[in-house]
Design a binder for this molecule. Structure first.
Ligand code: ZN
Ligand code: ZN
Length: 112
């Protein structure tokens, strides 16, 4: 969901560009993303920790290559064309015991 308003906010992903573009997900969280970072979603999966706000960016080809589960890999390969920023409840920074490998992603996503 792409929306425009007149308020300039720092981009949540690179944190140095100011942008009026923000994405809002069905679950209600809202993030500002600049044009450069929206461009980056074409080639990278981007995860945002909803707990601490940490951003994780991984090249799509690398993520898909590293998924061993066939069904999951298929699902990720299908979404490779979409520009998505996905929300995760917790990241390795919040919970160091958690293995973050791109597979613990919960189905909350903002989509352009
Ligand atoms: Zn940005
Ligand atoms: Zn976190």
């Amino acid at each position: 969901m792409l929306d425009l308003n007149n308020r300039l906010e720092p981009c949540c992903i690179c944190q140095h560009e100011y942008t009026t573009i923000h994405l809002e997900s069905a679950s209600g969280w809202k993030i500002h993303v600049c044009e450069n970072c929206i461009e980056a979603t074409k080639h990278n999966f981007i995860w945002m920790c909803l707990n601490c706000g940490e951003i994780y960016i991984r090249p799509k080809s690398l993520v898909i290559k590293n998924i061993s589960d066939y069904e999951l890999r298929k699902a990720y390969a299908r979404s490779a064309d979409m520009q998505i920023i996905q929300g995760i409840d917790m990241c390795i920074k919040c919970n160091p015991n958690m293995l973050f490998n791109g597979m613990n992603v919960i189905e909350k996503e903002a989509q352009c």
